[in-house]
Write a protein that binds this ligand. Structure first.
Ligand SMILES: *Cc1c(COP(=O)(O)O)cnc(C)c1O
Length: 213
């Protein structure tokens, strides 16, 4: 996987260290996750808070050198925000109401939540995320909050056999991030990560390609 990222970086004149590999562990066993940790992987992601709590408990003792960095990549319900201070980064901020719930929780716990705004670039009804035109409004709201910080944008491209079909989605997200002066771009999964890296991804979220070689 690191080689795939490195060659996409070489093609686009980027430094491989500017792309972080986030391993999506949803549906995997603790044994599978431990194997990944032995290979040196430290950034992990789950898409559901409940499943994350169970898995994080099971593998917590697996590494001693460096703490695990857990990311949340799935839709977050407001009644779960109290569990979320353990996440390094929440990739799925998708509403003002969620931002306000995180603010209230952060203020209670003295914690600042690091987030990315999830943008539904493709307009697929099955996808979470704000419309591109709403991202700046949400950014405006969060700008007034003390316990929520937006560091970038996240998107999921529609599934397609031909990864090139994802390119316009990824480049639109990059343009939006440039306009809003946000540094992080979470885009690219098992099937389309090269295209995402070529279009500027700083975080790629990979499950299948890591666990099912
Ligand atoms: C499952 C998941 C991924 C990883 O998808 P793969 O195709 O298995 O690499 C990435 N992002 C999100 C939000 C996911 O839910």
């Amino acid at each position: 996987m690191r080689e795939r990222i490195a060659s996409a970086c070489a093609r686009s004149g980027r430094d491989p260290s500017s792309v972080k590999l986030v391993a999506v562990t949803k549906g995997r066993t603790p044994q599978q996750v431990r194997a990944l940790l032995r290979a040196g992987q430290r950034d992990l992601a789950e898409n559901r808070v409940q499943a994350w709590r169970a898995l994080a408990d099971e593998v917590a003792d697996a590494v001693a050198d460096e703490p695990l960095r857990w990311h949340l990549v799935g839709h977050l319900q407001r009644n779960k925000v109290r569990y979320c201070h353990g996440f390094e980064l929440i990739h799925s901020l998708d509403s003002e109401r969620l931002a306000l719930a995180l603010e209230a929780e952060g203020s209670r716990q003295g914690h600042v939540f690091r987030t990315l705004i999830q943008v539904n670039v493709s307009g697929e009804v099955s996808k979470y995320g704000v419309e591109p035109a709403q991202a700046e409004d949400l950014l405006g709201v969060v700008g007034g909050l003390e316990h929520v910080r937006v560091e970038g944008l996240m998107t999921m491209a529609p599934y397609h056999d031909d990864a090139e079909r994802a390119r316009p989605v990824f480049s639109s997200l990059r343009v939006l991030a440039e306009r809003t002066e946000l540094a992080e771009l979470s885009m690219g999964m098992s099937g389309d990560l090269e295209v995402a890296v070529e279009e500027g991804a700083t975080l790629v979220r990979v499950g299948t390609a890591l666990f099912e070689p």
